[in-house]
Write a protein that binds this ligand. Structure first.
Ligand code: GRF
Length: 187
């Protein structure tokens, strides 16, 4: 099986990155993680790239033309899928157009509910009974692209921010690889 090259964009902990690296080692998983990009030089997730010998790039998003630099490296590495995994920077329309291939994102709610930031607090405040995570295509609308995969669970009456986060992220470990498999299966 010829695997496609994927690049993972991170800003923080990188638990999705760690999981995707692990999955990519499986024979039948459709992508290899060829590159990691972080906009945060102290992101913990960079360590997963380091210990797995995956090339990584730290970009300074305050510098003009940083997206052009990313595009250049991405072309050089023949990347055909970008996976955003906790990347806290909005991808410009120009970048989406110029990359011209698939960009996907994981969000810790059942989209279209609770787009944007502070998701867990909003879910608790609204006393939701059901929540989960969503993997979707990235387009110019924030968290608004076509949905690829969703997983849900029911909240407990006394759900705390901490337990909500743990349960959501546990589901993310299943949902993100599943979404990638689905992408290549549905072709
Ligand atoms: C995930 O919960 C994801 O849903 C959100 O950011 C978090 C990133 O976590 N977009 P990690 O860096 O993969 O641990």
């Amino acid at each position: 099986m010829v695997k496609k090259n994927a690049c993972i964009f991170i800003s923080g902990k990188g638990s999705n990155l760690e999981n995707l690296i692990k999955k990519s080692r499986e024979y039948s998983f459709p992508v290899n993680i060829k590159l990691v990009i972080s906009n945060n030089k102290i992101a913990q997730g960079i360590n997963f790239a380091r210990i797995n010998s995956i090339p990584f790039l730290i970009v300074n998003t305050k510098k003009r033309g940083f997206e052009n630099l990313i595009l250049k490296i991405i072309k050089k590495n023949k990347i055909s899928l970008i996976c955003l995994a906790g990347y806290m920077k909005i991808i410009s329309e120009k970048f989406i157009r110029e990359f011209g291939k698939q960009i996907i994102n994981i969000h810790p709610s059942l989209l279209p509910k609770y787009k944007g930031l502070d998701t867990y607090n909003k879910i608790l405040k609204n006393k939701e009974k059901k929540t989960g995570c969503t993997i979707h295509f990235v387009n110019k609308q924030l968290d608004g692209g076509k949905i690829i995969n969703k997983k849900f669970f029911f909240l407990n009456k006394n759900e705390s921010l901490e337990t909500l986060k743990i349960k959501t992220q546990k589901l993310e470990r299943l949902a993100y690889p599943e979404a990638i498999i689905k992408l290549y299966r549905d072709r």
